[in-house]
Write a protein that binds this ligand. Structure first.
Ligand SMILES: Nc1ncnc2c1ncn2[C@@H]1O[C@H](COP(=O)(O)OP(=O)(O)OP(=O)(O)O)[C@@H](O)[C@H]1O
Length: 329
């Protein structure tokens, strides 16, 4: 659906994207994460055709975004991290204005405005001025503007920034809803806890390069070790010994809770549970724990930085002048 190939983007004297390649599946939500300055906004700007890369290309279906940007924009919505709204216009006029800008014919415009407002939960605010809306509703209006032309893909740069927990929760539901209706979303954010709730893929960028890109909702590999939590009715002094004797890895005990890793399918889990009960442990609960996206992300960055500092030459983000030809003095 979207294919990014060997993308390189330079600001004067500074390489912000360095050989970025990935492909986005249709009807997915890709969480784009990375430290400040990693290149997320630059990547989204390139994907939206708003910044021209020094090398590489972005394709939306078969359309080259930089060669035929208008064609691409007809199928794409984009929300900048610093979006502006016409605060004196009503919600309806804001959406109508954007619908006109997108070239939606006049006989379809009112329906497009209504549909976008409904999708974002703004149908009862159409007469209200944009400047009177709360921050959360302004964010929704900005997204409604970005999807008024029913794009297949929407790129959102930090849509949750500045929102309170309730508004962020509402935004997550909106994004899930757009995906369920068939859109493909790429969302940059620093709020990993929420991304985990609605994203299907995670793309980690650091210093202009992809550090990791994987699906979040896929079933774990059959033999992959997973983390489990065991709850007892009351603490037991022999808990660690029983778990270690059962061959479990990375055993950690906190009162009546134990965490450990193990590989294996449901039959292996059932056998372990039977063994624990036969050992006399008062088991109150036993389940695989959800992977913590934030922990995984921080571990990834730590690992990458450790590798970078160990390497003799880090591929720096400063653009180096080519080495002069000829003998080295
Ligand atoms: N106009 C510019 N001129 C020079 N360098 C720039 C310019 N805009 C961004 N940069 C640099 O490019 C790098 C990538 O910036 P970008 O804004 O894409 O990162 P980001 O991951 O979106 O950061 P943040 O999470 O802070 O929004 C940063 O080091 C930034 O300082």
């Amino acid at each position: 659906m979207i294919r990014v190939e060997d993308l390189v983007f330079d600001y004067p004297g500074f390489r912000a994207l360095d050989g970025v390649s990935f492909a986005v599946e249709p009807h997915s939500i890709t969480a784009l994460v990375g430290p400040n300055g990693a290149g997320k906004t630059t990547l989204l700007n390139c994907m939206a055709g708003l910044a021209l890369p020094a090398a590489g290309r972005v394709q939306l279906d078969q359309i080259d975004v930089h060669r035929t940007p208008r064609e691409a924009h007809a199928r794409m919505g984009y929300l900048s991290d610093f979006f502006g709204l016409y605060s004196e216009l009503s919600v309806q006029r804001c959406l109508d204005y954007r619908a006109r800008a997108q070239g939606i014919p006049s006989d379809r415009r009112a329906a497009a405005v209504q549909r976008a407002a409904e999708r974002l939960g703004l149908a009862d605010r159409l007469k209200q001025r944009a400047g009177e809306l709360s921050r959360g509703l302004r964010q929704r209006l900005a997204i409604a503007q970005a999807i008024v032309h029913e794009p297949a893909v929407i790129l959102l740069d930090e849509p949750a920034s500045g929102l309170d927990p309730e508004a962020r929760f509402g935004l997550a539901a909106v994004l899930r809803g757009l995906k369920d209706e068939g859109m493909t979303l790429i969302v940059s954010s620093h709020i990993l806890a929420e991304l985990e709730d609605y994203s299907t893929h995670l793309l980690v960028l650091e210093q202009g390069r992809i550090l990791d890109y994987h699906a979040l909702d896929g079933a774990p590999a059959p033999n992959a070790a997973r983390r489990f939590e065991l709850q007892l009715v009351e603490p037991r002094a022999d808990l660690a010994a029983v778990l270690t004797a059962a061959g479990l890895g990375d055993v950690r005990i906190e009162g009546r809770l134990a965490h450990f890793t193990m590989a294996g399918d449901a039959a292996v889990q059932a056998a372990l549970l039977r063994r624990l009960i036969e050992a006399g442990l008062p088991v109150a609960g036993f389940a695989a724990t959800k992977a913590d996206l934030q922990d995984a992300y921080l571990a990834l960055l730590k690992d990458s930085r450790a590798r970078a500092s160990a390497a003799p030459h880090v591929n720096g983000t400063k653009i180096q002048a080519p080495a002069p030809a000829g003998p080295v003095p």
